[in-house]
Design a binder for this molecule. Structure first.
Ligand code: SF4
Ligand code: F3S
Length: 104
């Protein structure tokens, strides 16, 4: 599957949800995740993310993110419609340490 990684946190542009054919995005306060058992690996969401936060789990080093996506997809509500990103989204693009400081 594809996974959402740290740069989504506090950017949360939600462009990704509009294109997913199986509606497998789930919404936390500051981040979205993909349900790995529902994602059909189509790849259409990856180029839609302005923060480049979506990656295939075949990339090295993404085990932690795959686990986080799986865990929170079971806890958070489904999201299928784009919404306005946070007003300060652009200021968080590329910031380090977002998982430690701002994950929710
Ligand atoms: Fe949805 Fe396809 Fe992205 Fe998986 S890869 S989350 S199925 S758009
Ligand atoms: Fe996050 Fe990118 Fe979607 S910032 S909400 S993964 S468009």
């Amino acid at each position: 599957p594809y996974v959402v990684t740290d740069n989504c946190i506090r950017c949360k542009y939600t462009d990704c949800v509009e294109v997913c054919p199986v509606d497998c995005f789930y919404e936390g306060e500051n981040m979205l995740v993909i349900h790995p058992d529902e994602c059909i690996d189509c790849g259409v969401c990856e180029p839609e993310c302005p923060a480049e936060a979506i990656k295939p789990d075949t990339e090295p080093g993404l085990d932690k993110w795959l686990k986080l996506n799986a865990e929170y997809a079971e806890k958070w509500p489904n999201i299928t419609l784009r919404k306005e990103p946070p007003a300060d989204a652009a200021t968080f693009d590329g910031v380090d340490g977002k998982l430690e400081q701002y994950f929710s």
